[in-house]
Design a protein around this ligand. Structure first.
Ligand SMILES: NC(=O)c1ccc[n+]([C@@H]2O[C@H](COP(=O)([O-])OP(=O)(O)OC[C@H]3O[C@@H](n4cnc5c(N)ncnc54)[C@H](O)[C@@H]3O)[C@@H](O)[C@H]2O)c1
Length: 315
């Protein structure tokens, strides 16, 4: 079985690839190594992956159809995990073009290429942000999609492109993944960097955002199982279904670090969802997964593994 992981130097792509490599699979990783955030962090992840003999890496931008086709046609993967994307909600207001290229155009190119080589399964990582704000919770997969920002809109477009492609697929809608060597633009990383520098923590929406944080190992656990499960043409939430208020998260961090830090409560920011709280009933039914890492254990792990490189990153 040959696996292709796009976005293998990214946060989730790295953890997924590592898991596949540890299971002795041959994994072909592609990544454009863009500079949305610290290239040093992406290279650090890549160095770990390259220490495995069963890992093969190629730097390629999926927006470049000719180059991508050349490489993927040689790899001839059986299973494709498509994780390469431009993530981030706030940045989608600053640089929408990056989302149009790296999410929509890149996915179109990939679909065109893999349609020709006939793969067994395409596994795509969509986002909880496609749902937007809803009154009722937890959010199940059949809820109306009300994307609030351009990032979420591009994810909806990608989902639809995949559904129409005729390629056997599973789409996962991930609810805020966190874990070691995480994305520096995400809450945990920003908070830890500021705490270690003795700076104040800014909490938007007065700390009342609720997030359904999902530990990275729980995410990759499902992604790895998905290729051999007899499921296709499915869209499934990946979430712990246990939302936490951001201000409560600060209390958890203070306790673990045994350190007090100053918090500034600020107003809500454009495009951000008030509450993410997904249902994982479908996930539990299909994958027989009922246990998810509790947030306090997940955070302690994150803190214990926070590297000196991550402390220094500016974003
Ligand atoms: N992290 C989360 O909580 C979360 C939640 C929901 C969905 N997702 C989705 O999961 C996927 C992975 O997210 P992540 O947090 O690991 O992000 P990431 O930014 O860490 O990883 C994405 C990787 O894709 C690469 N990339 C971007 N455009 C590319 C292109 N055109 N060609 C080749 N490579 C390209 C980047 O260099 C990066 O290494 C994304 O599709 C994201 O939208 C993430």
């Amino acid at each position: 079985m040959r696996f292709l992981v796009t976005g293998c130097a990214g946060f989730i792509g790295f953890h997924l690839t590592l898991r596949l490599l540890k299971k002795k699979h041959n994994v072909y990783g592609l990544d454009s190594l863009n500079n949305y955030y610290s290239l040093k962090l992406k290279k650090k992840r890549l160095k770990i992956l390259l220490s495995y003999k069963n890992f093969f890496f190629k730097k390629v931008n999926l927006v470049d159809y000719t180059e991508s086709k050349k490489i993927i046609s040689i790899i001839r993967p059986d299973v494709v995990y498509h994780l390469a994307a431009q993530p981030g909600v706030l940045y989608s207001y600053k640089n929408p073009l990056s989302y149009r290229s790296n999410n929509i155009a890149a996915t179109k190119n990939l679909l065109k290429i893999i349609k020709k080589i006939k793969i067994a399964k395409l596994i795509f990582t969509s986002s909880s942000s496609v749902y937007g704000d809803h009154k009722n919770h937890p959010i199940t997969e059949n809820f109306k999609l009300k994307p609030k920002n351009y990032y979420a809109k591009t994810k909806v477009v990608c989902e639809n492109l995949i559904r129409r492609s005729g390629i056997p697929y599973v789409i996962f809608r991930i609810f805020t993944a966190y874990g070691s060597l995480g994305r520096p633009d995400m809450l945990f990383s920003i908070m830890l960097r500021r705490i270690y520098k003795n700076l104040d923590i800014n909490l938007y929406n007065h700390g009342n955002y609720l997030r359904d944080f999902t530990y990275i190992d729980d995410v990759t656990d499902i992604l790895v199982k998905a290729y051999k499960k007899n499921i296709e043409r499915k869209t499934i939430n990946i979430c712990s279904s246990n939302p936490v208020k951001i201000k409560d998260l600060c209390s958890i961090m203070m306790k673990i670090l045994n350190k007090k830090f100053k918090i500034n409560l600020l107003k809500k920011r454009k495009g951000e969802m008030i509450k993410t709280y997904g249902s994982n009933k479908e996930l539990s039914k299909i994958f027989k997964k009922n246990k998810f890492r509790p947030i306090n254990l997940g955070i302690s792990n994150l803190i214990n593994n926070f590297t000196s490189l991550e402390r220094k990153i500016k974003i």
